[in-house]
Write a protein that binds this ligand. Structure first.
Ligand code: SF4
Ligand code: FES
Length: 233
């Protein structure tokens, strides 16, 4: 079928403001938006800039806004979009560097702020640090995050202020707060109790709806809020 792909274009070295270019191409229902962008770059305009690496939903580098919703371009199949007219734009709330590429610095700053690594100051045991299957299940969902930023950049609270720590950083913190082997839950909860922390979330659910890993983000945020309120994890 013929597909019209309208793509956000902006080269700050040449353009005073962004504009859109529309490309027509033939595609199969099983083609992904990433395939179409590769085709446009290969056959129409080699200057089109976007990020991608694995092309299989693992690296998290090709988050973009497709018909108004955040997706990984490598996981967005034409048949699932139910239209042959696509509008492809950069994710919102972060500065555009060129075309579909945004500056991820602020996003990673928030990620790093919650200490997203295992902390346990006890001497390591002879073998591994054990935990029960039930304890492991408490944070299983939030281990799946691939840092794509679909969630944080779909959040209107983040659009209003990029000081908001955002759903991804809360997911990253959740993964360690509820790990029975970790010893820094109180520190992370204190960080998330900041004025730009977890209570900025108004339970809008945009994050959960667009997460390509199907993480129950809003539930994780709710568990973190409850842990702050009760002082218990
Ligand atoms: S929680 Fe989901 S949407 Fe957010 S960064 Fe992780 S994988 Fe992407
Ligand atoms: S290119 Fe790696 S997740 Fe899409």
């Amino acid at each position: 079928m013929e597909v019209k792909v309208k793509v956000f274009r902006f080269n700050p070295e040449q353009d005073k403001k962004p504009h859109y270019e529309t490309y027509k191409l033939e595609a199969q229902p099983t083609d992904r938006v990433l395939d179409m962008l590769e085709y446009i770059k290969g056959y129409y305009d080699g200057t089109l800039s976007f990020r991608r690496s694995c092309a299989h939903g693992i690296c998290g580098s090709d988050a973009m806004r497709i018909n108004g919703r955040n997706y990984l371009a490598c996981k967005a199949l034409l048949k699932d979009l139910h239209t042959n007219k696509l509008t492809v734009e950069p994710i919102l709330g972060l500065r555009v560097i060129k075309d579909l590429i945004v500056d991820m610095e602020k996003f990673f700053e928030h990620y790093k702020s919650v200490m997203p690594y295992f902390i346990n100051n006890d001497p390591p045991p002879a073998q591994e640090r054990l935990q029960t299957i039930e304890d492991r299940e408490r944070f299983d969902d939030t281990t799946k995050c691939i840092l794509c930023a679909c969630c944080t950049t779909s959040c209107p609270i983040f659009w209003a202020s990029d000081n908001y720590i955002g759903p991804q950083a809360i997911v990253a913190a959740h993964r360690f707060i509820f790990d029975s082997r970790d010893q820094a839950a109180a520190d992370r909860l204190r960080i998330l109790n900041d004025q730009f922390g977890v209570y900025r979330c108004h339970t809008i659910f945009n994050c959960t709806e667009c997460c390509p890993r199907e993480i129950e983000i809003t539930q994780a945020i709710g568990e973190v809020k409850a842990a702050i309120m009760t002082g218990k994890v």
